[in-house]
Design a binder for this molecule. Structure first.
Ligand code: FE2
Length: 252
């Protein structure tokens, strides 16, 4: 498939009033089967999903909290061997629930490619160098205000086999557990002004344009640290009318 089939080619635009007028379910989450993203057709359910009634387990837990999370796990640039190669950046934001309340003391995990666009993973055979000082994985807990903060390296774009000359925009994968299974979100954060967003089937699969723009971080001078790192803000909303879109539909 060529890159222009099924893709809208819309610009990315920054500064959206986050979530304004969005309706959960109206193109917010990507469909299971999205032709432009070829592998979804192979793995999408062929029969209607069976809804599972939510019980106490789904509403109350289990929670993934402080156990095993080291305070330094938020800094992906810390390595015994030295600093990773690339542009140091800060990514921060608040995790809030459907009513705007902060999601406190909950686990936020990220994973990403290195500055050359390669993952520290055995199945990644992209012809780009690995960085011995960068695993690309980090985690932290939100604070009392639902805020998280990572220090990392700006990820590189990388090719993938979806279609001819296909390249993923620079992105950081996020997993947020929330306070129960019903709030779990796995999604991707993008960077403002990336020309590959208009050509990326994963980004374009969020068909509501305003919802898709919620996946683009905002450059923030107040987060930027002089002579050290640029700062980006990426706020995440779990559930409600204005949720952050995920990688998969919510609840089928
Ligand atoms: Fe990725």
């Amino acid at each position: 498939m060529s890159a222009d089939v099924g893709l809208t080619g819309l610009g990315t635009g920054a500064g959206l009033d986050a979530g304004a007028g969005l309706d959960a379910g109206a193109g917010l989450d990507p469909p299971y089967d999205y032709a432009a993203y070829r592998s979804t057709t192979l793995r999408a359910p062929k029969r209607p999903l069976l809804p599972m009634p939510g019980g106490e387990t789904e509403r109350q837990g289990p929670l993934f909290g402080a156990a095993g999370v080291d305070p330094s796990d938020h800094d992906l640039t810390l390595s015994p061997g030295g600093s990773p190669i690339g542009e140091r950046i800060i990514i921060t934001g608040r995790v809030t629930g459907a009513t705007g309340r902060p999601v406190r003391h909950q686990l936020v995990e990220i994973w990403q490619a290195n500055a050359a666009g390669r993952y520290h993973h055995p199945v990644d055979n992209h012809d780009a160098p690995l960085d011995p000082n960068f695993t690309g994985a980090g985690r932290c807990l939100t604070d009392d205000d639902g805020r998280y903060r990572f220090v990392t390296i700006k990820p590189g774009e990388y090719p993938w086999a979806n279609h001819r000359n296909a390249w993923r925009p620079a992105h950081v994968h996020f997993s947020v557990f929330g306070t129960s299974f019903t709030e779990r979100l796995v999604t991707q954060m993008y960077f403002p002004g990336d020309p590959l967003l208009a050509l990326d089937p994963m980004y374009q699969a969020v068909r509501d344009r305003r919802a898709a723009e919620l996946l683009i971080a905002t450059f923030d001078l107040a987060t930027t640290v002089e002579h050290w790192a640029l700062g980006y803000v990426f706020n995440i909303v779990l559930g409600g009318r204005r949720p952050t879109p995920g990688d998969e539909p919510v609840g089928g």
